[in-house]
Design a protein. Structure first.
Length: 274
């Protein structure tokens, strides 16, 4: 649906975009179709769309032949979304909070794709939670604020690289698919957006105790531009032990976490004293 159709629909249902919910509705049908194509889904596939809004992306996903479960948090939008999708058999509309949903109860054991235009305030935590806790999701195609998207897909040494990037790399490959101008939304946001695709790995990228790995990653990035020696000191290691762990891991004590790939953090985690 285009901008005029969406604004007319909103007016009929007495709906205004909510700043508190981070609502910016997609108004470009061509972009909606492009994102549906990016998702790589078709007949027989299961897609869950989070934050369906007025249904622009929902309709494009359904046109691929995939079965679409459209999840919308805002109760005020549900009547408009039902109007738009009425009569389309491969769309199911659900009112629920994506941050609290029982995903196993929704999709069963079938593998599925998440495709969504995510509000900035839930984008990163939702993606990380679903990567960690819902292995049935084989692919994520999400439109997010540019900064958040670059953080999800960043590699070691890049400006946005941090703990989020490393956690993503543990479970998936990630890449930026396309840039999205602010002019394709209503209302027009003050930031640019990007579409990011994450494809889940068949198994984690490194074989190491995940709890220990997360401790190392989180403490390493807790203070930007601090050295790895300082990071391990914050884990309670003395200087001699910290330097030995780093040397055995092939990491210099003065190196910074922003320089290190996931494999280096895994080597460190393996050598942290119990």
């Amino acid at each position: 649906m285009g901008g005029r159709a969406i604004r007319d629909l909103a007016a009929r249902h007495g709906v205004r975009p909510s700043k508190s919910l981070g609502q910016n509705f997609l108004t470009d049908p061509n972009l909606a179709r492009a994102i549906a194509s990016d998702a790589g889904v078709g007949p027989g596939d299961l897609v869950v769309e989070v934050g369906s809004g007025f249904g622009s992306l929902t309709l494009a996903l359904a046109a691929t032949g995939a079965h679409v479960t459209a999840v919308e948090f805002d109760r005020l939008l549900i009547p408009a979304l039902i109007e738009v999708t009425e009569g389309i058999e491969n769309i199911a509309v659900i009112q629920d909070d994506a941050m609290k949903m029982d995903w196993s109860g929704l999709t069963g054991e079938q593998e599925w794709t998440l495709c969504a235009n995510l509000p900035y305030n839930i984008a990163t935590p939702l993606v990380l939670d679903l990567l960690a806790g819902v292995p049935a999701i084989r692919r994520f195609v999400v439109m997010v604020q540019r900064e958040a998207g670059e953080r999800l897909a960043a590699q070691a040494g890049e400006e946005r690289y941090g703990a989020v990037s490393v956690r993503v790399g543990y479970a998936a490959t990630a890449r930026l698919i396309r840039s999205v101008p602010s002019t394709v939304f209503w209302p027009k946001p003050t930031v640019e957006s990007v579409v990011v695709r994450l494809d889940r790995l068949a198994s984690p990228a490194v074989d190491v105790d995940r709890a220990v790995l997360w401790r190392v990653i989180d403490v390493s990035f807790a203070e930007r531009r601090k050295t790895m020696r300082n990071a391990l000191r914050r884990l309670g290691l003395d200087v001699e032990t910290a330097d030995r762990v780093l040397a055995d891991s092939g990491v210099g004590p003065s190196q910074r976490p922003e320089e290190l790939p996931l494999a280096a953090f895994a080597r460190i985690a393996e050598r942290i004293p119990a």
